[in-house]
Write a protein that binds this ligand. Structure first.
Ligand code: BG6
Length: 491
């Protein structure tokens, strides 16, 4: 199939997101022939700069250029990029952008426009306004990619949705949650709905608890200004981890089309009551135990004395027949002992008396999102040899050893390509966003008021001391038998 012909407009083209994610992803698509070689990309931002300065920024974070072919492609790619500078709140800038759009469209004969808003939230609406008024084409499609933060709570998110909704139709709006573009996250539906062995035990009768964990080794390191206003719960849990939860917990969608999948996601969110503060554990990182790594408050971009959480654990409950009584524990933190994102589904005890509990450990299905995608199932078997001792072992699917020439596409490439193709399943619908905020808003307001304690944990540790107790309270059991597998460690 020939790649579609269209024009990309990157708003906020001189910012961090555009440089680090948008342009590298667009180049990745270009390099691999997913977008036509004639695709034009127009950058728009306030910064006044000439084209060569702009191209320097575009290429700054583009990495995959170690072959002569790729370098040649980069040159061609940069030839397709132009820049228009203008303000975000007046028509004049957008009129100049429209002229540039018409100029390139005359050359490429493209009709469809993809607007990528790599912008701070304060200018979302003025820019959407300017685009609708001046740059909305009636000859083809207009699609708008937007990125979080989508507000700070239910009310501000509704205000934003309403304003955006008065300018663009829902089928024109593509809200990115980049976790939905990750290979292993996209695999969850396939795992669940094509494998009888998982499908038939995916409920409260078989599952004791579900742990969804996000760990980063690095702290905020210079990003503290943005981060401090939001905190880890808004930054990672309300979006990325909740999205994973909905894919794990939703009922079978009526079909694989975008609206059916998103209906199923909204339905499960509607069955989740608001998080209560007694089921939340917060932490902020202090200096590392050996004193070499800085505390959150040492970050110069962080306001003095800030109480913002860099670690959060919260338990969500789903009140429907499938999940009644199964806690879903979401955990996320920065400056921890290792980088890891995984879903750990802990099954119930076998419940027979033939073998004692210390002999037969609980099964666990682990879906590791990163690093190194893997799916493995912990199980008990006989220790080979004389006697009847048992050992906890695993059925292990590590992508790196199972798939030769493994190439996992970048999340942003995945999602931008979806937007180009008009495929909305992996974007967040407005009612989905609304439900997500409903679940988190009351507790976030309490946290904002300082009503939830924040425990200091050392940089590079596993998080607040109370974490083990917290997960145990919600049914998570550590194996009684020592378990070791060099590829992973449990939490
Ligand atoms: C972003 C958060 O959405 O996701 C960051 O704002 C976080 O704080 C990042 O580091 C994690 O994404 P990834 O793809 O590196 O796991």
């Amino acid at each position: 199939t020939t790649p579609p012909v269209f024009t990309v407009i990157v708003l906020g083209a001189s910012g961090d997101l555009a440089k680090k994610k948008t342009f590298p992803a667009l180049f990745g698509l270009y390099l691999n022939g997913h977008i036509a070689s004639t695709t034009r990309i127009i950058g728009y931002a306030r910064t006044k700069m000439d084209r060569s300065e702009f191209l320097k920024r575009v290429s700054q974070h583009i990495k995959n250029t170690n072959t002569p072919k790729a370098r040649g492609m980069l040159t061609q790619f940069l030839d397709q990029c132009t820049y228009v500078s203008g303000v975000y709140d007046q028509d004049s800038g957008f009129q100049a952008l429209e002229q540039e759009l018409q100029r390139v469209e005359r050359e490429t004969r493209a009709h469809d426009r993809l607007f990528y808003m790599a912008l701070p939230p304060s200018v979302f609406i003025p820019v959407a306004n300017g685009l609708k008024k001046n740059c909305y084409t009636s000859n083809g499609t207009n699609r708008l990619i937007v990125e979080k933060p989508f507000g700070m709570d239910l009310e501000s998110s509704r205000t934003l949705s309403k304003a955006l909704g008065s300018l663009f139709r829902e089928d024109e709006i593509y809200r990115i949650d980049h976790y939905l573009g990750k290979e292993m996250v996209k695999n969850i539906m396939i795992l669940r709905f094509t494998n009888q062995i998982f499908s038939s035990c995916w409920d409260k009768d078989h599952i004791s608890n579900v742990q969804i964990t996000f760990k980063e080794k690095i702290g905020t390191e210079g990003r503290g200004g943005y981060f401090d206003e939001f905190g880890i719960m808004r930054d990672v849990m309300q979006n990325h981890l909740l999205q994973i939860l909905t894919l794990i917990a939703m009922e079978t969608p009526a079909s694989t089309n975008a609206e059916d999948i998103r209906d199923a996601k909204v339905n499960v969110l509607r069955a989740i009551p608001e998080i209560i503060e007694s089921e939340v554990l917060l932490g902020q990182y202090g200096r590392s135990e050996d004193g070499t790594m800085p505390s959150y408050l040492d970050d110069e971009t962080v306001p003095k004395g800030s109480k913002t959480a860099t670690f959060a654990a919260a338990t969500l409950h789903i009140n429907n027949p499938r999940w009644e009584g199964v806690p879903f524990v979401l955990k996320c933190g920065k400056a921890l002992d290792q980088p890891k994102v995984e879903v750990r589904i802990q099954f119930k005890d076998m419940g027979n008396s033939l073998f004692q509990k210390d002999v037969a450990a609980r099964n666990e299905l682990v879906i590791r999102v990163q690093p190194e995608e893997a799916v493995y199932l912990k199980m008990t078997q006989k220790l080979p040899g004389l006697g009847m001792d048992t050992v906890i072992s695993e059925l292990n699917l590590s992508y790196a050893s199972r798939f030769t020439n493994l190439s996992v596409p970048d999340a942003y490439e995945n999602l931008i390509l979806d937007a180009i193709m008009g495929e909305q399943s992996n974007f967040v619908r407005s009612d989905e966003l609304d439900e997500a905020w409903r679940i988190f808003t009351p507790v976030l307001h309490k946290i904002d008021k300082g009503l939830v304690p924040v425990e200091i944990y050392p940089y590079g540790s596993r998080g607040p001391k109370q974490l083990s107790e917290f997960v145990a309270k919600f049914g998570f059991e550590r194996h009684l038998q020592a378990y070791s597998w060099p590829e992973t460690s449990q939490t």
